[in-house]
Structures are given as structure tokens and as C-alpha cells.
Design a protein around this ligand. Structure first.
Ligand code: ZN
Length: 119
């Protein structure tokens, strides 16, 4: 399962960014997932929950933000959000476009509770 290995990577990255003391206070992990990234958010959340169960990160929740497939026209400069696979400028119909959004798959923020709140 593709999402399970991604979930494991997310766990690894989070653990690299927080101290052992902070790990059990991680409240949420914010992810940007592009529509072109080939990831099913529900499966990713499921995998993350499964992997973190019984670990220091078991209280952490994944917060996934979907990023739509977005292109910019090289001819008229217009930006448009498109169905996957359609790279035609919505403004002028040009095929000369470049993808500017939708391929993301990265962590944007790790939210950690203050020590006072959990003690
Ligand atoms: Zn255009």
C-alpha cells in the first residue's frame, strides 16, 4: 500500500523535527497533498493512525489540505484550476501551459501542545 509508506515517511520526518520529549505532545501534522500526487487522503490518514497507534505520536492527527491541479498559461498568463489531465488555458485555450500546483506532497506544519496543557 503506497499510502502506508508515505505515512511512515511522515512519521519519520515528524520525529526528526521534534524532540523525544515533544513527540507525545504533537497534536497535529499539517500536510499539503496535490491532486496529482497520487495519494488517497483517507488511506493516508488511516495509515498514519495505524502506524502511530501505541507510539509517542498516537495523539497526533493528520490535517490534509488538498491542492487542486493548477496551471498557468505561458501565452496569456492566466491561472486556472483544471481537471487532472486537462492542460488547456481556461482563458484563451492555449495548450502552452505549465503546472504550478497539484504535485505537492509535503508537511507544512507540526503543531505541538505546550507542556503545561498536557501535564
Ligand atoms: Zn491563456
Amino acid at each position: 500500500m503506497h499510502e502506508l509508506s508515505i505515512a511512515q515517511s511522515v512519521v519519520d520526518i515528524v520525529l526528526q523535527h521534534v524532540s523525544a520529549d515533544e513527540a507525545h505532545r504533537v497534536k497535529a501534522v499539517f500536510l499539503k497533498v496535490g491532486d496529482l500526487a497520487g495519494v488517497v487522503p483517507d488511506s493516508l490518514e488511516f495509515g498514519f493512525t495505524a502506524i502511530t497507534a501505541g507510539t509517542a505520536l498516537e495523539n497526533a492527527k493528520l490535517r490534509i489540505e488538498r491542492i487542486p491541479f493548477t496551471i498557468r498559461c505561458l501565452r496569456c498568463g492566466a491561472t486556472s484550476t483544471q481537471e487532472i489531465g486537462i492542460s488547456i488555458c481556461a482563458q484563451c485555450g492555449s495548450l502552452e501551459t505549465t503546472t504550478i500546483g497539484g504535485t505537492e506532497l509535503h508537511i507544512t506544519e507540526i503543531e505541538v501542545n505546550d507542556p503545561e496543557e498536557t501535564s
